[in-house]
Write a protein that binds this ligand. Structure first.
Ligand code: DGY
Length: 321
């Protein structure tokens, strides 16, 4: 029997492409740039499945253009804000994601940014690269110690809880804001807040782990920034759309926010112009899940979901629509 056609919208790790080629009539990418919606729909002609990724333009218009042959979109991501889930549901196309496998790696990037912000590592590195270091000095580049500080985790899902565990190792006290309160075992002593003002006013470091989409757009706006304690640190490894960029820049310039660390941006790969010059800001190019082990595991998870639907006629394990 002919193998089902599978479109891979991006270049993927070798082991993932090898398995895709073994089990499918796989259409691989070599130029590795996201397709436009129309290009993606054309490339999917005759395909039963699409292995897509964050950054692909799978809005409602693109989903309407997909050929009838497409039965599943397996996203190489845990976030699915790049996919119009309702439009996929309306066409009977299953959508899956890759939870769990990137939890620790993404929490590591959040912890890295927290450390870089607290200890001014980005500024220090730039000082050396710019040949401006004049030698050790007692008052040079003083940061803040994390031990004893209160970390506020916004969105206490898998990644937020992994970060909480790491932060406890640094002697931080964990507070969290979440749609629902966790069980005592999941909380592991973290303090739950059921309102923004109480949460933001209690913490010294805010780490954001909420999904993108209309409900969370611009969550960290000027009003909520004003509720933070003067000198707070802000880190975002969730989705860039959750931050009002102009408001965060203004708070960095005024010093109300001591430092910020961002791994995600609205409109990636472009970033808010003010971020190029804002003080005390560490920028990373969406590295949350970027380890060899994790990217292999994400690809295998996509293929597990594709196999369930296309090779065995079963429900996929990680269905989001
Ligand atoms: C995700 O999985 O949603 C990441 O942000 C992209 O790898």
């Amino acid at each position: 029997m002919a193998k089902p056609i599978l479109l891979l919208t991006r270049q993927l790790p070798p082991a993932v492409e090898a398995r895709a080629k073994r089990d499918y009539d796989a259409r691989l990418r070599r130029d590795d740039l996201p397709f436009t919606g129309a290009e993606l729909a054309r490339a999917a002609e005759g395909a039963a499945g699409v292995l897509c990724a964050a950054g692909d333009a799978l809005d409602a218009g693109t989903i309407r253009l997909l050929p009838d042959s497409v039965r599943i979109l397996a996203s190489f991501s845990v976030g699915t804000d790049h996919i119009a889930l309702d439009a996929a549901r309306a066409r009977g196309i299953a959508v899956t994601n890759t939870p769990d496998v990137l939890t620790v790696a993404t929490a590591e990037i959040a912890m890295l940014l927290i450390l870089m912000c607290a200890r001014r590592a980005g500024e220090g590195e730039r000082t050396l690269r710019d040949r401006k270091w004049t030698g050790w000095a007692p008052t040079q580049l003083l940061g803040v110690t994390l031990e004893g500080k209160r970390l506020g985790v916004l969105g206490m899902g898998r990644i937020g809880r992994a970060l909480a565990g790491m932060a406890r190792g640094f002697g931080m006290e964990v507070h969290y804001r979440n749609r629902t309160r966790l069980t005592p075992a999941e909380e592991a002593g973290a303090v739950f807040h059921d309102d923004d003002a109480g949460f933001l006013g209690a913490i010294e470091v805010l780490s954001m782990h909420i999904p993108g989409g209309a409900d969370t757009a611009g969550w960290l706006d000027a009003g909520r920034i004003a509720l933070l304690r003067p000198g707070a640190i802000v880190v975002n490894t969730g989705r860039g759309t959750t931050v009002d960029d102009a408001a965060l820049c203004a708070a960095l310039i005024s010093g109300h926010v001591r430092a910020a660390g961002l791994d995600v941006f609205a409109g990636e790969p472009a970033i808010f112009e003010g971020y190029h010059t804002a003080p005390n800001l560490t920028l990373l190019p969406h590295l949350g899940s970027a380890t060899t082990e994790v990217r292999d595991a994400m690809g295998m998870r996509c293929l597990d979901n594709l196999d369930a639907v296309l090779l065995r006629g079963e429900d996929p394990l990680h269905r989001v629509a």
